[in-house]
Design a binder for this molecule. Structure first.
Ligand code: 6R9
Length: 644
């Protein structure tokens, strides 16, 4: 076995635009050479005998065939062997000033214990395990324990409702669920165990629920099914052999929203994902051996998977796990954490920056932030004002800002500047990462080769971090990503390539909303609203929102004969309905009751019109002649929508 015990030594050093261009060219002209070099940053049980094997027609992608490796071994064991006392994980707890530091040695022991627990409950290679947990070390242990024994984790963001959780447990066929008695999020306590109880009620599929104890609160335990995690971990040894997985064996499933109501179980595999997560983590964040990487993302999202857990730990980097909200108890908190842990990188979302910025610069005075070298952003377009504040105020002009564009499906960053290398341009994600060949197409499918064009953002060839399929639905995978522009991966985003060739991602061009950096399908929110007894039909559109980026505006048609005491009360009930069906992140910001929805003659809701009306842009509604009922326009235009 080859030990890449100093993974950083195997990542390329990019110090200038010439370095970037040379390597970028090589990555496209000699992909075999480039990508086999990159695989050396991992420890393989058997090294791969090829790099990529792709059939664009069927959207079948394989990377590093013949290779065998284990994700947990790469993230934990090799570092525990070479630098056991190095801190792997700094847990910044909900309580201000409270931290727990976990070394690679301890991480290995805890992960092994938990892996043995999973095995004792019958979890085997290939089985799916659902993790519905707060941001506590046990969640990291659980992800890595699954990886260690070849089980596939499916982390479900602990802000999702019981209904959403149930749907995801069923879709992935999870027999074991891990949770906690409660989650602490700022001043709130979230009764996770109760939510799990509701989610799995009557489901014979789930035979085991393991409950971490985050607080002292008592929760009902279902005899034979529920066990406290600490109690069962205590019974098991802190060593556990790793399962050597094929490079293409699944590592995890992560659900994300699409343009239909049903969430998509994005599946990532082992070898390619890890190579890409580790490489992008090292290059995009200008990684050095003693760095402390602080990414505020929840592990329920891809950013948490790739840049809190896998990227940093595979690179042997100290990574920070933030349990709390960036502004709890106030907007100075996140900056104080930066100082306390001596973070060298900060990775957060524009929505968080906007709300911290709105709180005022006084909150920056209790911290120095002098350790920060790289300030990164992801999840949605960053507005130039937030970019400048991040650069000038947070980083005092000394740290590089990188705006990273990517998706759950891409596994790692796709378009990004490189810190201290790529000339900065507030609001632009600038250049493709190594191996990523972008194409911009017009709606008719013509590739727009020149600069100064805008259109649909696609990727021409495979890269190792890309998702391989949607769990149990390869046809949907093909249709969602490869059918719109045959042979190309379609991101679902629109973009502009400016005269310098820099990329500006402008946002989704499909029926997906990006609310506070979280993806939500309009169809999901609409079906949640329609479940309410009063509602016959609903349509939701995105509207500009100062903090969230995009807010949700809902048009609802009531059932005949429905009466309600006040519109406010009805709105309250509808908000509750959406929280119940999806979770608080999907709560609409504004409502309007209408007698009917504008539809084409084929019955398609004309969201374009609804969006313009909700935004108050009634001047230029475009072509309304295709409406099935043109008289509806008079009603829609009658009363301007109340904003968010
Ligand atoms: C990593 C992540 C993906 C969608 C994506 C796009 C938007 C992400 C962005 C960005 C502009 C950026 N997005 N990063 N838009 N600039 N730097 O967020 O994954 O949750 O799957 O969302 O987010 O619309 O298609 P995911």
């Amino acid at each position: 076995m080859k030990f890449a015990d100093e993974p950083l030594a195997y990542h390329p050093k990019v110090r200038s635009m010439e370095d970037y261009e040379t390597l970028y060219r090589q990555s496209l002209e000699e992909p075999e050479v480039f990508w086999s070099e990159r695989a050396r940053a991992l420890s393989w049980f058997y090294p791969p005998h090829s790099t990529m094997d792709v059939d664009p027609e069927s959207a079948d992608v394989a990377w590093y065939s013949g290779g065998r490796l284990n994700a947990c071994f790469n993230a934990v064991d090799r570092h525990a062997a070479h630098r056991p006392n190095k801190i792997a994980l700094v847990w910044a707890k909900n309580e201000p000033g409270a931290y727990e530091r976990i070394s690679f040695r301890k991480l290995k022991h805890e992960v092994c214990r938990l892996a043995n627990v999973l095995k004792s409950f019958g979890v085997r290679k290939g089985d799916r395990v659902c993790l519905y947990m707060p941001m506590i070390p046990e969640l990291v242990y659980a992800m890595l324990a699954c990886a260690r024994i070849g089980a596939v984790h499916s982390v479900v963001f602990a802000g999702f409702s019981a209904e959403s959780l149930r749907e995801r447990i069923l879709d992935a066929g999870c027999e074991v669920v891990l949770t906690a008695n409660e989650a602490l999020r700022g001043a709130k306590r979230i009764p996770l165990k109760h939510i799990v109880d509701d989610a799995v009620e009557g489901l014979s599929l789930v035979h085991t629920v393991l409950v971490a104890r985050r607080t002292d609160v008592q929760v009902p335990m279902h005899a034979g099914r529920d066990h406290f995690l600490d109690e069962v971990m205590d019974k098991h040894r802190s060593t556990c052999p790793v399962e050597w997985m094929a490079a293409e064996d699944p590592l995890f499933i992560l659900y994300t929203s699409g343009s239909t109501g049903k969430p998509k179980g994005v599946l990532h595999t082992t070898g390619g994902y890890l190579v890409y997560a580790a490489l992008t983590h090292a290059v995009v964040f200008d990684l050095r051996p003693d760095d402390v990487h602080f990414c505020t993302a929840d592990l329920g999202w891809i950013t948490g998977h790739s840049y809190v857990v896998y990227g940093p730990l595979v690179n042997g980097t100290t990574t920070v796990l933030l349990e709390t909200l960036p502004n709890y108890p106030d907007a100075s908190r996140i900056w104080e954490v930066v100082d306390d842990v001596k973070a060298t990188q900060l990775y957060t979302a524009p929505t968080a920056l906007r709300s911290l910025m709105a709180a005022g610069d006084a909150y920056l005075e209790t911290s120095s932030r002098d350790t920060l070298r790289v300030l990164a952003s992801a999840g949605e377009p960053i507005n130039p004002e937030a970019w400048r504040w991040y650069h000038d105020q947070v980083g005092k002009g000394r740290a590089a800002v990188v705006d990273t564009f990517w998706q759950t499906e891409t596994g790692g960053v796709l378009v990004t500047p490189l810190p201290f290398v790529t000339p900065a341009k507030p609001g632009s994600a600038t250049k493709p990462f190594f191996g990523v060949e972008l194409a911009i197409l017009d709606d008719q499918g013509h590739i727009l080769d020149q600069n100064g064009v805008s259109g649909n953002l696609c990727v021409k060839r495979s890269w190792p971090g890309q998702a391989r399929t949607l769990y149990g639905d390869h046809r949907r995978f093909r249709e969602t990503y490869y059918a719109r522009f045959p042979g190309l991966y379609f991101t679902g985003d629109g973009c502009l390539r400016d005269e310098d060739g820099d990329i500006w991602v402008t946002g989704r061009v499909d029926d997906v909303l990006n609310v506070s950096g979280h993806r939500l399908g309009t169809a999901e929110v609409e079906s949640a609203l329609s479940e309410h007894d009063a509602i016959a039909e609903a349509a939701v559109v995105g509207i500009p929102h100062a903090i969230k980026g995009t807010g949700i505006f809902a048009y609802v048609v009531l059932r005949p004969g429905v009466s309600y005491r006040s519109e406010i009360e009805l709105q309250g009930a509808l908000k509750e309905q959406v929280r119940h069906a999806i979770g608080p992140i999907a709560t609409p910001d504004g409502f309007r009751i209408v007698s009917a929805l504008p539809k084409t003659r084929s019955g398609k809701i004309m969201r374009r019109i609804l969006r313009k009306i909700a935004c108050g842009e009634t001047e230029n509604l475009g072509d309304t002649t295709t409406l099935a009922d043109p008289t509806l326009m008079d009603e829609l235009l009658e009363k301007p929508a109340e904003g968010a």
